[in-house]
Structures are given as C-alpha cells and as structure tokens.
Design a protein around this ligand. Structure first.
Ligand code: MG
Length: 228
C-alpha cells in the first residue's frame, strides 16, 4: 500500500515501527505490570500488513483471538539518524489513527516461549492506517483523545497525555537505532480496553483533529468461500 503525505508525495512505507506497553493502564490489563518499560519496547510489522480506511481486517485461520489495539500513528516526513528530542517533531509529516491488530493467542504463545511477536502482529491486514492529518493541524500531540467503537459501542477511549514515552522521545529513540525515512510509520502503543474483533464487526476510530478510520472485519475462510 502507498500513502499520500501532506506534501502530496506518494510513498510506500518502508518500516512500520511499533511500540508496546506505552500506556500504564494497558500494561496493567495485560497483567504485565512488573514489566513497565525503561526504554520503548519496539517491534516491527511488515508493510504488507497495511490497509487503508474502508478496508477489511482479515481474521487468519491460525488464530481464534484477534484483538484491536487503537493507536496514534506518527508519519515520518524528513528522515534522519540520531534525531534529538528537541528536533524530533520537525521530522514528523503528520498523524493518523491506526490499529495494531494482534493475534492475542499467538502472542501469548510467543511470550511463553520467549519468542518474537512477528507472526502475532504481522499478518496481512494487521496494520490499518487512516488518512494522514498534517502536523501543523495538530496543536499538541500529547493532548489528543482517541476512541474506538466496535459496532457503535465504545471499546477504547484514551488520551495521548498518558503515554509513558511521548512522540518526541519515540522519534529520537527509534532514530538512534534505525535510520528513519520519509513515509516510515510509528504505531505509538495502545491505551487500555483492547479486546476481540469478530467476523462481521464494524470498527470506527476517531481522534481529536484526526480523520476517522473505518474498517470491516471478516474471517479468512468466509472470504475465501464468498470469492469462490
Ligand atoms: Mg500495540
């Protein structure tokens, strides 16, 4: 999938950098409260997981417990390495709503085996991304409320004020490891209220000053049958 940056340029995101455990209340609901991070817990998703607003999240056959994680997504504009926190927001092109779709049962298996989360987090369609709002139109990145409704019922409601590591810190930290490039995406972690999505669900994410993200959910087998 390509994305259109506020500059009008179209790019295919090279990296989807994702942050885990960035809201204390979510760490608690996962039972991981002894694991509050001292630096951003970072994992990656493949760009093949991206779908736009209006798309369909496909529930893979390998999982029986796929969860929604509503997140603010940072879209990198000007790339760089070793970016300072003070300069970090100058490297942001804009912001969007995203869902870090997670096969919770597969993630639990990986955690138990002390293995990576690549499969639990990386299936096709597991990285929905809404339209991008230019940075200049977002007053305070750390004062945004974000909300996710499933079938018109609120499931997640949070404020970016509660991030353990704010956006500027994330950009700076990630750029100390990875060269950030134009179009790279940072999924900044989820507030509490994560839960399962099921075949036929309709998801609507909204946020302060951000464009909404609308999604459908379908089971892989059902889709295969309907396309046969
Ligand atoms: Mg997440």
């Amino acid at each position: 999938m390509t994305i259109t940056l506020p500059s009008g340029k179209t790019v295919r995101p090279g990296k989807l950098l994702c942050i885990g455990r960035n809201y204390v209340a979510h760490v608690r609901e996962m039972g991981d409260v002894s694991d509050l991070p001292t630096e951003p817990l970072t994992f990656l998703k493949p760009s093949t997981a991206l779908i736009p607003s209006g798309g369909t999240v496909i529930l893979p056959r390998q999982s029986n417990d796929v969860h929604h994680e509503l997140e603010l997504v940072v879209v990198i504009g000007e790339g760089g390495k070793h970016i300072s926190e003070e300069d970090a927001l100058n490297h942001v092109a804009g912001y969007a709503l995203g869902i870090d779709v997670t096969a919770r049962d597969l993630q639990a298996q990986s955690k138990a085996a002390k293995g990576p989360w690549s499969i639990a987090k990386g299936f096709d369609t597991f990285a929905p991304l809404g339209p991008i709002t230019p940075r200049e139109k977002v007053d305070d990145t750390q004062a945004l409320t974000i909300e996710l409704k499933v079938n018109a019922e609120t499931r997640q409601f949070g404020s970016t004020a509660n991030m353990i590591f704010p956006v500027a810190k994330l950009v700076s930290f990630l750029s100390s490891v990875f060269t950030l490039e134009e179009g790279d995406l940072i999924y900044t972690g989820t507030p509490e209220g994560v839960g399962p999505v099921r075949d036929g669900d309709v998801l609507e994410a909204t946020g302060t000053g951000l464009q909404p993200l609308l999604l459908n959910v379908a089971a892989e087998s059902q889709l295969a049958i309907s396309q046969a």
